[in-house]
Design a binder for this molecule. Structure first.
Ligand code: ADP
Length: 393
């Protein structure tokens, strides 16, 4: 009896032990699987964070450069590589090895010494004159030891170019204003010193003064127009405009000038109707026809014509049979104050701003303007305008 009980107890104990071991093993396996899953997720999170960081750095407009404590590149984002025109892997290289800009290596040393440097301007002459602004700071760990350096680069090239254009413009304007002003001043002084007592001389000097005052007036009007166009203050009142009568009106206004040079004005425009601001379009025609008379041949002809293009636009031309424009100047004539022959333009009362105004006005209408010329065979100016039939009002 006791023996049987003992056997049963041992068997029960074995059964419990076996079940418990099984359960324990299962729990252990479960725990291990959970641990592995946790580790996998941790790793994935780290990979995701790194990828996100990379995306973030690469989407920055500014160039970013991180150096480790040995001044070797730890990270360089996409904008940085673009700024310096680099395609290779930079990690592990020094600034000098990677960029060959000694000034930057000196800047890193300065940052290490001073802790930070702001608004440092760096010029890269070999990369088609690039201007960069650099802000840099040393990075320290919690123990206060220097871990590395962070440098952020802004591209200032466009800003610098705009600044230069503005300076050039101011210098040009001052020069253009000074020429007629000094002439006026000179002749007034001569008159005051006694020339006024000779009526013939006085009359001649007063005519010169009048002509230069007119030039100043024209220049100021053109400058105001350019300024209004460039600042976007000119609002177009776009309506259907019949081109033939508009050109005819411009011809009537310029008739006296054409007759002075015995130039024939020919209107070949037919029933084209553009979507345009009539007053502004008249300015475009007037500038181009006036130039064609001014720079064209004495006893020559100026022809205005046009056609519809396949793209649903209207293309207008103004052609003369004068000496034409040299090939290298064909694009440049639309720049402010650019003249092929400075003396000739001034003598004709030109401000050097007419074609620049034409370009702005045509572009404001959504069109384009360009010139073609075969030297000795005249010049033709073309511009496009939206067709009133295809444009919605
Ligand atoms: P400007 O007041 O000097 O006429 P524009 O901007 O109207 O200024 O023209 C710029 C320059 O382009 C002129 O100085 C002239 O040298 C050249 N140009 C313009 N139109 C013609 C043309 N039809 N034939 C030859 N040269 C021209």
């Amino acid at each position: 009896m006791w023996l049987l009980l003992t056997i049963l107890a041992v068997a029960a104990a074995c059964g419990i032990h076996f079940r418990w071991r099984q359960k324990f093993r299962h729990q252990q396996r479960q725990l291990q699987a959970d641990m592995e899953d946790f580790q996998r997720r941790e790793q994935q999170t780290a990979v995701d964070a790194k990828a996100q960081q990379q995306v973030l750095f690469n989407s920055m407009l500014e160039g970013l450069l991180l150096l480790d404590r040995n001044r070797r590149i730890y990270l360089a984002n996409r904008s940085f590589k673009n700024l310096f025109g680099l395609k290779t892997e930079l990690r592990g290289k020094t600034v000098v090895e990677a960029l060959r800009v000694p000034e930057l290596a000196a800047l890193v040393e300065r940052v290490e010494r001073d802790g930070q440097v702001f608004d440092y301007e760096l010029k890269l002459p070999e990369l088609s004159e690039r201007w960069l602004q650099v802000n840099a700071a040393a990075i320290f760990n919690s123990a206060g030891e220097r871990e590395g350096t962070i440098l952020v680069f802004h591209d200032l090239t466009r800003l610098k170019q705009l600044e230069r254009t503005r300076e050039e413009f101011v210098a040009n304007v001052s020069h253009e204003l000074r020429t007629p002003l000094s002439l006026i001043k000179g002749y007034v002084e001569t008159l005051l010193e006694g020339a006024r007592n000779n009526p013939e001389v006085a009359e001649r000097f007063l005519r010169i003064i009048e002509r230069n005052a007119q030039r100043l007036d024209l220049l100021i009007q053109d400058l105001l127009t350019i300024s209004a166009l460039e600042s976007g203050r000119v609002k177009l009142n776009v309506q259907p405009v019949e081109l033939r009568p508009l050109a005819e009106k411009v011809f009537t206004d310029l008739k006296a000038r054409a007759e002075e040079k015995d130039v024939k004005l020919v209107n070949q425009l037919n029933d084209l109707v553009a979507a345009a601001d009539a007053h502004r379009l008249e300015q475009v025609f007037a500038n181009l026809v006036d130039n064609a008379i001014k720079y064209g041949r004495t006893q020559g002809s100026v022809t205005v014509g046009g056609q519809k293009t396949d793209g649903g636009e209207i293309e207008v031309f103004v052609r003369d049979d004068g000496p034409g424009i040299p090939p290298e100047a064909l694009d440049r004539v639309f720049e402010r104050f650019y003249r092929v022959d400075k003396a000739r333009s001034r003598e004709q009362g030109g401000t050097g701003l007419g074609l620049s105004i034409v370009k702005h006005l045509v572009q404001n209408h959504g069109g384009e303007v360009w010139a073609k010329s075969e030297p000795g065979k005249g010049a033709t100016f073309f511009f496009t305008l939206p067709d009133s039939k295809t444009k919605k009002f």
